[in-house]
Design a protein around this ligand. Structure first.
Ligand code: RP5
Length: 223
């Protein structure tokens, strides 16, 4: 499933890798290189999820959400935009995303994380906040900033660094009106359960080996 590119600041390896595996046809980054971008959304792909990331330093954590959405074949748009450093870019992305058909937003930020709340103030689409660990307090500051929204402006907050669940929740929201996606989510859940069963099989094997070692060891052998 094609992935839709918003904007990546800087010249990171991440950006180049992302751009390399984006949409069929032109990507925003191609367009930017050619100097022809009029909008953040320069592809024909319709993203279901719009993802805002507070800083490039957040990418290693938030990337896990990309993996889940890729696995579920859910197209998404991504932008690095900060509620504090680039407030206009946040609003521009939200407006463009809505115009492009985005149905749900994910906003990930650390520190005094206002990003999800700001997004929720500017859209009626569901907003999922990922509080991230930044430089202090193990992410508690971000968690409280994300989850303690004032009455009237809801944000669904997942766990600190909970990028996987944010992606799954976004997919579940989309699946309400998309039976095919609901089926893919069901298959994902069955794969997850199978992985737990496989872990149990490995555990049983290790326990059996330990048991055999104890029985074969000093004082543990058969009489
Ligand atoms: C927040 O501040 C970002 O979301 C990030 O988690 C944190 C630190 O950002 P950098 O200083 O690393 O850019 O805005």
């Amino acid at each position: 499933m094609p992935v839709f590119c918003g904007h990546f600041a800087g010249k990171s390896r991440f950006r180049n890798e992302q751009c390399a595996r984006l949409v069929a046809g032109r990507t925003l980054c191609d367009e930017r290189r050619r100097g022809g971008v009029a909008s953040l959304f320069a592809t024909s792909t319709t993203p279901g999820v719009g993802i805002l990331i507070g800083s490039e330093s957040d990418l290693p954590t938030v990337e896990k959400a990309f993996g889940v959405l890729d696995e579920l074949a859910v197209p998404y748009a991504v932008v690095i935009a900060s509620a504090h450093r680039t407030p206009e870019r946040v609003l521009q992305f939200v407006a463009d995303a809505e115009a492009r058909g985005v149905q749900v937003f994910i906003a990930a930020a650390g520190g005094a994380a206002h990003l999800a709340g700001v997004v929720a103030a500017h859209t009626l689409k569901p907003v999922i906040g990922i509080p991230l660990q930044a430089w202090a307090t193990d992410g508690l500051d971000a968690l409280l900033s994300t989850v303690q929204m004032p009455r009237g402006v809801p944000v669904a907050a997942v766990a600190v660094d909970g990028a996987v669940n944010a992606a799954l929740l976004a997919a579940r929201i989309l699946a309400v009106s998309d039976p095919d996606l609901a089926a893919r989510l069901d298959a994902y859940r069955r794969r997850q359960a199978a992985a737990v069963e496989a872990a149990n099989a490995r555990l049983a094997e290790r326990l059996a080996e330990r048991q055999a070692e104890r029985q074969g060891g000093p004082g543990g052998g058969a009489s």
